[in-house]
Design a protein around this ligand. Sequence first.
Ligand code: C2O
Ligand code: CU
Ligand code: CU
Length: 472
Amino acid sequence: MRRREFLKSVALVGVGAIGAQARIVDIEQFRQFFRQLVRLARYGSLPIPKLATSEIVDGVRVFAMHIQKRSHTFFDGVATHTYGINSSYLGETIRIKNGERVKIDYFNHLDEPTTMHGHGMHVPAIMDGGVHQIIEPGTVWSTQYRVKQEACTNWYHPHLMGKTAEQVYKGLAGCIIIEDDVEELPREYGVDDIPLVLQERRFVNAQIDYSPSRMEIMHGYTGGELIVNGAIAPTFRVYRRLLRMRLLNGSNASLFRVALNHNLSFWIIAGDNSFLPRPELVDEVMLSPGERVEIVLDMDGFEGRELLLVEKGSQRTILHLYIAQALEENGAIPSSLIALEPMEEAKRKREFVFGMRRMKFTINGKSMDMRRIDERIPVNEPEIWEVYNPMGMAHNFHIHATHFRILERNGSSANVKAWERGYKDTVFLAPRDRVKLYVKMRDYVDEKSPYMYHCHFLEHEDNGMMGQFVVV
Ligand code: C2O
Ligand code: CU
Ligand code: CU
């Protein structure tokens, strides 16, 4: 059903209800009716970020990405001021292949500086788009490399010192898909393979409101509408039996517990940086900011019905799925996906402890300083990184340049969740959690250009919870 039809039928029901109640003025019923109307008005169809077009120039796949001020429709008939990349909100999806040489040109049309980081990308430090690769207004910055990693869903977003949270909040983020070659899996972008960028956004008079108080910087800027690909509780029509969804928590600080209604189970096939060794059947997945999973739903038996993708913590609908009466077969869920590299004996151990000092967040007692290198890490040497959160609030930990494996949480491998069993670049830490990671830096040695590690709750990152390392 299209949005207009929906609205009309609800309006008819509404008129009937009002007629029946004409003698008794039931304010509560009116309220409920209007609330329902507002809710239904939002049932647009799910926006799918377009695939960015590219051109092959001398064997290099070149993308042109324009970072701009735009306006976007979150609410019918109202324009909301936003930032976007080739798009009115969020960015186009960059799809590339392992082994391919790519160049991404980011044009900054804003009137403020920014940077553009490839989160999860294994690239040289100067191509990383971290805090040092500033793109001044009216200029272009190019990141160029050979893709050197397996299939996964990564993303790009600004990383400007102190400004990341605000720029992401206004709409700057997009997906990077490194294509796979697992024939059985659904792979038609926008049809049976769709990205879902989950975010919370606060609005005041239909305008995005980023105005964190001191307390909100402490706890992270959360709340407001739950949006997916820039839409509120939209609908998606499913025509094929298997639906693959690439979930990204693109929020500043919100935690999402994603599930299906009726507690139906679904398959998780991939985490941040790789497939899992084998698909895992779950009935819920928890994502902290920056984390991704790929899930596959099997619609067999749900023909003609509606399913809801929900956020369990807040009981809100993320997405309505309308399943067609007859489903086309489109593959199968393989029983195994990848083999993880055998682990070698670690050469050394490092510890990272979260904290706070004079209203700033710290890691190992230090707040981020762009001129300070915190760690020097020898290339190709396996290490154990222990990350400890002694605080009473949740955080997570993200490392650039590499992917890691989570060995233990709070002393036990049993606390490593189903979706954490592949390669990861971001790991969640509840209050008092301690995680043990197996980390190995590869390929790109550069004594001078640092990468970052940080908490990916963006208000924390912007307020000191970040450090720098070089690979030597
Ligand atoms: Cu997605 Cu350093 O970040
Ligand atoms: Cu990153
Ligand atoms: Cu944090």
